[in-house]
Write a protein that binds this ligand. Structure first.
Ligand code: ADP
Ligand code: MN
Ligand code: MN
Ligand code: MN
Length: 340
């Protein structure tokens, strides 16, 4: 019987790219063909030469349609075979390959916020809920908004075979988190994009909008981030490499800005120095410190090996970009220090 293949790609919307998808009916899943789309409708082409190419890069089971139906994550190319400028995965492939011997591993914590109409879910019309305090990992109808969507999303991610490793309710009402990892840079990024697709689609069924806005509610409410946990083989084996990685991310102010400027739109609104963040333009790292740019988990200091957490990336960051920057910066420094 014919199957439905949902081709998914990342568009050219600025400042934050959006996911797009469309369906192709195929005789079976044996051959997943290259496909195309109208780039002039996705900010990826001008109207007079609008064809863009979809190259399948990862196929998983479609947990929404079920059966033999599939989701097909794609990279976008020009018709001449060059990667499109919006194809950030292509750049990650190169860097990941260059430093493959260091065996980088990532875990990304994706925070997000449900909106019903113009208000975060759980914010009463025309007013505000009780201040933050009880919502993080909360239990009960006073604290928790949208759990039925979150549970269904988790089941679907597991069903699709994604490397999802956990979920929790976050500090602001209607705000949640899921974690993808620990896996290599390409896998964490591919799976995060597919998990985002499943989140939007699942919330859509409930008439709810899931957003990755960095600061969804102004005022005394937490922003939404994408803490990026990172290790190499050497970091998983010793503390010197952990320190080298932390130092490399703050080696110069140019280095700090190179990262922060590509860590997602509206980062200045979220990284204020309040709400468990460090100021966006001041780099710091510390053990157990949730007010630092980069945290060395307490257990990592005890064990004298493990991983680091870059707390700066916004919820709306492109995982292909953040993992590329971190691999590039840290692996280059580790290589120079002979810690590989
Ligand atoms: P917290 O909320 O305390 O910051 P989480 O439990 O939400 O932490 O997320 C921790 C993340 O760290 C998970 O995504 C996990 O996959 C990742 N992780 C664990 N070990 C490693 C490692 N050695 N290298 C990279 N990431 C790791
Ligand atoms: Mn977390
Ligand atoms: Mn969190
Ligand atoms: Mn974290």
């Amino acid at each position: 019987m014919a199957i439905k293949a949902e081709y998914i790609w990342i568009d050219g919307t600025k400042p934050t790219a959006k996911l797009r998808s469309k369906t192709r009916v195929l005789p079976n899943a044996d051959k997943i063909p290259t496909w195309g789309f109208d780039g002039s409708s996705t900010n990826q082409a001008e109207g007079h030469a609008s064809d863009r190419v979809l190259e399948p890069v990862k196929v998983v089971k479609d947990p929404i349609r079920g059966g033999d139906n599939i989701l097909v994550l794609c990279e976008v190319f020009e018709t001449n075979g060059e990667a499109h400028v919006t194809n950030t995965r292509a750049a990650l492939r190169e860097v990941a390959e260059r430093y493959a011997a260091q065996e980088s591993i990532f875990g990304i914590e994706q925070e997000y916020t449900f909106f019903k109409g113009s208000r975060p879910l759980g914010f009463p019309e025309g007013g505000f809920p009780a201040p933050q305090g009880g919502y993080y990992c909360g239990v009960g109808a006073e604290e928790v908004f949208g759990r039925e969507i979150v549970e269904l999303h988790l089941d679907r991610c597991i069903d699709a075979g994604l490397a999802i490793c956990g979920i929790n309710a976050e500090v602001m009402p209607g705000q949640w988190e899921f974690q993808i990892g620990p896996v290599d840079a390409l896998t964490v990024s591919d799976d995060l994009w597919i998990a985002r697709y499943l989140l939007y689609r699942t919330a859509e069924e409930f008439g709810i909008d899931a957003t990755l806005d960095a600061k969804p509610a102004r005022g005394d409410w937490n922003g939404a981030g994408a803490h990026t946990n990172f290790s190499t083989k050497a970091m998983r084996e010793g503390y010197d490499a952990i320190i080298t990685a932390c130092e490399s991310l703050g080696a110069s102010q140019e280095k700090v800005l190179e990262h922060v400027n590509q860590y997602g739109d509206d980062i200045q609104s979220r990284l204020t120095g309040k709400h468990e963040t460090a100021p966006w333009n001041v780099y710091s790292y510390g053990v157990s410190d949730r007010g630092a740019s980069v945290r060395i988990p307490w257990q990592v200091e005890v064990d004298q090996k493990g991983y680091i957490e870059d707390r700066r990336p916004n919820a709306n960051v492109d995982p292909y970009v953040v993992t590329r920057l971190i691999v590039n910066t840290c692996c280059e420094a580790l290589e120079k220090a002979g810690q590989v």
